[in-house]
Design a protein around this ligand. Structure first.
Ligand SMILES: [Zn+2]
Ligand SMILES: [Zn+2]
Length: 142
């Protein structure tokens, strides 16, 4: 775990930028039908940030939010539509790994909701796969 790490990220058009002053952790890809649409792909590629380590460095006014539960949602660039981060109780809780510019030194350690993945999604490699959300004793690490 790097303590002095600063990771930068931006959307597709570059109008919105951010930085994380700390490590990002608990990388996962969720293959459920909702995440496929929210992240416009085979699933999400998402990792968590520690509270207070995330800040917008440009274009915060260009953000738009979609809150899909009372307290949790996603934030996007209004111009290009990139999914930048997840919010929980009004605070950034994690980032889209695809929007990072720097190596976050984290890997997708779990594929979740593989039971509802798209038929065209061929997941390779040895990364653990879970039919749904893993129960705590199914976690291999941490
Ligand atoms: Zn953009
Ligand atoms: Zn999902």
């Amino acid at each position: 775990m790097g303590t002095a790490m600063v990771i930068t990220g931006e959307c597709f058009c570059g109008e919105v930028t951010f930085e994380v002053s700390g490590d990002v952790f608990d990388g996962r890809s969720c293959h459920c039908s909702r995440c496929r649409k929210a992240f416009s792909g085979a699933g999400s590629a998402y990792a968590l940030v520690h509270p207070g380590t995330f800040k917008w460095t440009k274009g915060e006014a260009l953000l738009t939010s979609y809150v899909n539960q009372e307290t949790a949602g996603l934030q996007f660039c209004k111009v290009c539509g990139s999914t930048l981060c997840g919010v929980f109780n009004g605070e950034v809780h994690g980032v889209s790994l695809g929007c990072l510019n720097d190596d976050p030194e984290v890997t997708l350690a779990r594929h979740i909701f593989v039971g509802s993945k798209a038929s065209w999604d061929m997941i390779g490699g040895d990364t653990p796969q879970f039919e749904e959300y893993p129960t705590p004793d199914e976690f291999e690490d941490e």
